[in-house]
Design a protein around this ligand. Structure first.
Ligand code: PGA
Length: 260
């Protein structure tokens, strides 16, 4: 099956309900319905419900930025994937900011991925190396460990539908994304790993998107990299003009290495 293009807006801990609603409204006016690009918005938890009511579902889908791995119980402050299942199609899981500031271990990420899947939510699993790991030439090992661990409780059918976000930690929140060579190597390594674990068919179905300082001017270059199916956009997704520009450019791009 041909993989569809995907652009995800990770709004992180920005925007209150009013601001988020305003942004959706402006975006909605600015972009057309693109049948070839899935546009996914990931607001904070409190914005999900109000935004889901006003969203044009032909243009946008929703994602949560996290979720807890137990479905129900006495876990003060937590929100489970079973509570999110009516609201979102996707959940961002294992973002480096969660791993770093909330001490999410490989095991926690694995359990969250499994919990999302059992609640019919598609994980957008984020993986990526830190600057230090890159300098130590550990990128392949780090990506391997993150992937093998996170997917270890899934069937190949589950993995087929998954989205993987390659986000080198050192490129997040900057002015420039990683160089095309770096992205190309990581993406092909990730697909190779999936192939080794789950076979060729699964490796060809998984969507891999790139995140880390995605700005409009870099979109064509990133989308020209073999195997890149879209983008995970942070700060540029808070600006509706920039984000609409990004979506438009992805719409005009062709995914390389995505034969039917
Ligand atoms: P950025 O964030 O686009 O601001 O670098 C991307 C992300 O962290 O998902």
């Amino acid at each position: 099956m041909k993989r569809s293009k995907l652009v995800v807006a990770n709004w992180k801990m920005h925007l209150n309900v009013h601001q988020a609603s305003l942004l959706v409204n402006r975006l909605d006016k600015k972009i057309a319905i693109y049948r070839d690009v899935e546009v996914v918005l990931a607001p904070n938890f409190i914005c999900l419900q109000p935004i889901s009511m006003e969203l044009d579902k032909r243009k946008f889908r929703l994602a949560s930025q996290d979720g807890y791995f137990v479905d129900e119980g006495s876990y003060t402050g937590a929100i489970s994937f079973s509570q999110l299942r009516e609201l979102v199609h996707y959940s961002i899981i294992g973002h480096s900011e969660r791993r770093r500031y909330f001490n999410e271990s490989l095991d926690v990420v694995r359990d969250k991925v499994a919990a999302a899947v059992r609640n019919n939510i598609t994980p957008i699993l984020c993986v990526g190396e830190t600057r230090e790991e890159r300098n130590q030439k550990e990128t392949k090992q780090v990506l391997h460990d993150q992937i093998v661990s996170a997917l270890s409780n899934l069937t190949s059918e589950d993995v087929e539908n998954l989205v993987i976000g390659y986000e080198p930690v050192w490129a997040i929140g900057g002015k420039e994304p990683a160089k095309p060579d770096t992205i190309a190597q990581a993406v092909s390594w990730l697909r190779y790993q999936i192939g080794e674990l789950y076979g060729e068919k699964v490796a060809k179905s998984v969507r891999i998107i790139y995140g880390g300082s995605d700005e409009p001017e870099y979109v064509n270059g990133i989308m020209a990299i073999e195997g890149v199916d879209g983008l995970l956009v942070g700060h540029a997704s808070l600006n509706y003009v920039q984000f609409a520009d990004i979506i438009e450019r992805v719409h005009h791009s062709r995914v390389i290495g995505n034969e039917e």
